[in-house]
Design a protein. Structure first.
Length: 153
């Protein structure tokens, strides 16, 4: 069984080539309609699953970040973001994010600025992976309020 470190090396090469990571695998039934991406549910997450979960956490945290954060809240957010290049289990991803926050320091002055900053960082990663960019004007709809048609209520 591949470790996350082995898997991330493979995924880094794939990402560098501009391809999406994580090819789909046939489920036990072998039918095309039962394809799943990544490892089976009882296995550790691969780099793609880890990345999706991390972006979900970060975007949702930003969506609920205060409009007028306290000094302690700003400091905590900076500490959270600064910990990713140090602690994140995907080494290649961690280093890449570290370069991003050096080049584009996190904007933690308010909720809108943080949401926009994260969206731009995520779009930069999506561009590297050959994935479509997300409309950063729709961060609240995606990560906080849901679509206006109410289907998420």
């Amino acid at each position: 069984m591949e470790s996350l470190a082995d898997n991330e090396k493979s995924n880094a090469r794939t990402a560098a080539a501009g391809a999406a990571v994580g090819a789909g695998a046939l489920a036990a039934t072998g039918s095309p309609s039962s394809r799943q991406t990544g490892p089976p549910p009882d296995c550790p997450p691969d780099s793609e699953q880890l990345g999706q979960a991390t972006w979900t956490f970060l975007h949702t945290t930003a969506a609920y970040y205060p409009e007028s954060p306290s000094v302690a809240q700003k400091s905590s957010m900076l500490a959270l973001l600064s910990s990713i290049p140090v602690l994140y289990p995907c080494t290649w991803c961690a280093k890449d994010f570290g370069r991003e926050i050096e080049k584009y320091p996190p904007q933690v002055s308010n909720r809108a600025a943080l949401s926009r900053w994260l969206c731009e960082r995520h779009n930069h990663v999506n561009e590297k992976l050959g994935k479509p960019k997300f409309d950063c004007d729709k961060t609240d709809e995606r990560w906080k309020d849901g679509p206006s048609d109410g289907r998420c209520d």
